[in-house]
Design a binder for this molecule. Structure first.
Ligand SMILES: [Zn+2]
Length: 554
């Protein structure tokens, strides 16, 4: 620490409040435009500065006001035309007794009278400086009539009057006002920029610090230099011996990123018991349960980035160890699984926030995650259904017996012990042929499937369209029932019509004929003949599957 006594200690946010445009961290674009306007004496009558809280709107407004009123000639001022800090006007500003720069907080002065008073005073020339500058903070809070009063002045402003508005909610400012202002969007300051800014300050303060700790503070500052400096101050109070990662993490109630990755890995692997005990360990060490969910959310986001835009993801994490661990984790995950994690975490976070027992709610979210991680994705499901017709409910075909193939296991599948019963995908694929259609219907509705198999004599079939001639046993509303069912299952409109033309035979008939042909062929087989001769009571019992099963008759 420095050798300052506590009484002389000035908080960092105040001590290092920007004094010149050059000091404004991360707002280079804005500074360039402003200094250009100042240099060429083309400064607009009204500026509006917008951005999230803490990005430096008010600070910028004050710097602009001082730069406008600085009496030093351009040649004696800095490159960016900041106020010189030494002329009479600047000294007044420093001592905060500048009578020509008037600040108003619109949050507490929303009424039309406040604005009228301001405008009335604005008619008089500045007392000392070149311009009278009104800084109106949170300008979106003004009432409608207050805005109207302001608008009149903005339409025909006196030359000595300048307005600088600041707002966090630009969309609440009327268009009529906006169109008369030069608008500047103050950017959230990048984490790395903030971290190096803090590093420079600590160097001046002669405080040693772990760069990783600074990154943690920069991340927590969420784009705000002021918030970051307050956190830095707080951290220096907590650990006066010098900043280190663990102390900062404890102070911010942050979970260790590597531990979060370990938790994530356990969840992905479906190792729920280990995941829950790690969660409780983290909780016991003082990490808030919601913070854990929030960290898992940002980890999911980062891993998704790593998969889809690696260059972007590289920027956000600082430690090499985290990077390699993350890359390995991302490689083992698919984008659909990450998307599913994201949805569950986001929903779970909201639920846990409102739950009476946050810890329990968070544990329930983890349980859900571990189960969902084990489920196949819709694509994997469709693949597995297409590769294994038995799962599709197709009756074993007799016409073309095949040797049984081992069940294909889609890549990315997890051990069956972790698997819940597979859910059917939202929409079944469109059947390629009439046989496929029968399979689909049978898999969904056995009774209807039997009618389609036995009582439908197809005239023509193409995807989404079936014309048929009904058999004598066909139910009266078969066509409309079939159409409604198919539309529901496939999510596609179907045209199904009964025609008074001769169709081909029903699938049941064709299958029966095939069976008979196969049986004849089997009976012709010399081996079968010999068997039947030797065992006269034997009969062919089944033609299912590849080998024709021979069984001794009863
Ligand atoms: Zn000056």
């Amino acid at each position: 620490m420095t050798d300052q006594t506590p009484s002389s200690y000035c908080v960092l946010a105040r001590k290092y409040r920007p004094q010149t445009f050059e000091d404004l961290v991360g707002q280079e674009g804005l500074v360039r435009v402003l200094s250009h306007a100042l240099t060429h004496n083309r400064f607009p009558h009204a500026l509006i500065l917008t951005g999230t809280r803490g990005v430096g709107k008010t600070t910028t407004a004050r710097l602009v006001a001082r730069a406008l009123n600085c009496l030093s000639p351009q040649t004696e001022r800095s490159h960016f035309m900041s106020a010189c800090g030494t002329c009479a006007a600047c000294v007044c500003g420093h001592q905060e007794r500048d009578l020509d720069v008037i600040e108003m907080d619109a949050a507490s002065h929303t009424g039309v009278d406040d604005v009228r008073e301001l405008i009335e005073a604005g008619r008089y020339k500045p007392l000392q400086a070149t311009y009278k500058v009104y800084i109106i903070d949170e300008v979106h809070m003004l009432s409608k009539s207050a805005f109207n009063a302001l608008l009149k002045t903005l339409e025909e402003p006196p030359t000595h009057l300048k307005f600088i508005f600041a707002t966090t909610e630009i969309h609440k400012v009327p268009e009529t006002i906006l169109s008369r202002c030069m608008r500047f969007d103050l950017r959230r300051i990048d984490e790395n920029v903030l971290a190096s800014h803090f590093a420079k300050i600590l160097e001046k303060e002669k405080i040693t610090v772990d760069p990783d700790a600074l990154h943690l503070i920069a991340r927590a500052a969420d784009g705000s230099a002021r918030d970051g400096l307050s956190l830095l101050d707080q951290a220096l109070h907590v650990c006066p011996e010098g900043l280190n990662v663990d102390a900062v993490r404890r102070m911010l109630h942050l979970a260790d990123r590597t531990q979060m990755m370990a938790l994530f890995q356990l969840l992905v692997a479906g190792q729920l018991a280990d995941a829950l005990s790690l969660f409780q360990e983290l909780f016991a060490s003082g990490v808030a349960p919601l913070e854990i969910l929030s960290e898992l959310l940002s980890l999911t986001h980062w891993l998704s980035l790593l998969k889809s835009a690696p260059a972007l993801a590289e920027k956000t994490l600082c430690r090499e160890e985290e990077r390699t661990q993350g890359a390995a984790l991302a490689a083992s995950l698919s984008v659909p699984v990450l998307a599913r994690f994201w949805q569950i975490l986001l929903k779970g976070y909201q639920e846990a926030k409102g739950a009476p027992q946050t810890q329990h709610a968070c544990e329930m979210v983890l349980i859900r995650l571990a189960h969902v991680a084990a489920l196949p994705t819709p694509v994997e499901l469709i693949d597995s259904l297409q590769q294994d017709p038995l799962q599709n409910g197709t009756p074993p075909t007799i016409a073309a017996p095949k040797t049984p193939t081992p069940q294909a296991v889609p890549s990315g599948f997890v051990p069956p012990s972790l698997k819940e019963p597979p859910t059917t995908p939202a929409c079944a694929p469109m059947p390629e042929s009439f046989e496929d259609l029968v399979s689909l219907v049978t898999s969904k509705d056995i009774a209807l499937g039997e009618h389609v198999r036995c009582d439908v004599r197809p005239i023509s079939y193409e995807k989404g369209r079936l014309f048929f001639n009904p058999g004598p046993n066909a139910p009266r509303l078969l066509a409309s029932k079939l159409r409604a069912s198919l539309e529901e299952w496939t999510g596609t409109p179907w045209q199904i019509e009964v025609k008074d033309e001769n169709g081909t035979a029903s699938l049941a008939q064709i299958q029966e004929e095939n069976r008979e042909r196969l049986l004849e062929k089997a009976l012709d087989d010399p081996l079968v003949k010999a068997t039947l001769d030797t065992f006269p009571l034997a009969r062919i019992d089944s033609l299912d599957g590849a080998p024709i099963m021979m069984k001794k008759g009863a």
